[in-house]
Design a binder for this molecule. Structure first.
Ligand code: PLP
Length: 249
């Protein structure tokens, strides 16, 4: 058990780390000729306690992300309702309803990678009568089997499905997870950008209308310079994750 003094020290560190990330993200946005507000920083608190998220909230941050349904469903009700939650993890269709019911302030699901899950989310939104839900289509740009996400060649089809057949969802763009050791390999980001070009052409809408969620702790500045509008940052804000019963994910 941490003593209170240690716990306080940890949270102060998280606030300092968050501010450093925001500054670096804003500078990267400016380097890419965009305004700082053009990039959203989602603080990913998975495995971290509600108290630590609360500290960042009190410091003024509002965008938080989780990637386990069980965790977000537990945490969100304990935290203020003006938090903008982003669900960024793999989602099973039988969890879509409880996710939406437990997190009324869920702003976006960034990880839609098949029609079935889109349909379940669409139905769940309708059933709850909540406002339409923003979704991103997750694309597997690295070809690694361990990663979720639709094959790049199928992203247009799925985007069209969400846009045209899911009236309670708002198709808002694309998301990808880069390779782990990948600072020298921006191919994943280029690939996602290319997907956005194809999707916007197919939907006959300007590219700027669609988000690119790419960039994590190790590569977010590069991702922003390559057009990311949304970075998902966990470990460099909250510290390394510890998984008692699980392998590092
Ligand atoms: C955990 C996670 C992140 C954050 O990863 P860090 O490397 O700790 O910043 C981002 N995106 C997804 C989908 C995640 O699961």
């Amino acid at each position: 058990m941490a003593t209170p003094a240690v716990a306080e020290g940890v949270s102060a560190a998280a606030i300092t780390a968050l501010r450093a990330v925001l500054r670096r993200a804003h500078q990267a946005a400016e380097r890419s000729g965009r305004r700082p507000e053009a990039v959203r920083v989602v603080a990913v608190g998975k495995t971290k306690p509600v108290s630590l998220i609360r500290q960042l909230y009190d410091a003024g941050h509002r965008c938080f992300g989780e990637n386990y349904v069980q965790e977000i469903v537990e945490k969100a009700p304990q935290l203020p309702s003006d938090i903008e939650w982003h669900y960024i993890g793999h989602l099973q269709s039988n969890k879509a309803k409880s996710l939406l019911a437990s997190v009324p302030n869920l702003d976006m699901v960034q990880s839609v990678d098949n029609e079935k899950i889109a349909n379940y989310l669409d139905k769940a939104v309708a059933g709850l009568g909540r406002k339409p839900l923003k979704v991103l289509v997750q694309v597997n740009t690295s070809g690694e089997e361990s990663k979720s996400g639709i094959n790049p060649s199928n992203c247009v089809e799925l985007a069209k499905h969400v846009k045209h057949s899911c009236p309670n969802l708002i198709f808002s763009g694309l998301m990808t997870i880069g390779m782990r050791d990948y600072s020298s390999k921006p191919e994943n980001f280029q690939a996602l950008s290319k997907c956005r070009e194809e999707v916007s052409k197919a939907l006959d809408l300007p590219q700027e209308q669609f988000e690119l969620s790419m960039g994590m702790s190790g590569d977010f500045e590069q991702a922003i310079e390559m057009g990311s509008t949304n970075v998902r940052i966990g470990s460099i804000i909250f510290g390394p994750r510890e998984y008692p019963n699980r392998k590092q994910a």
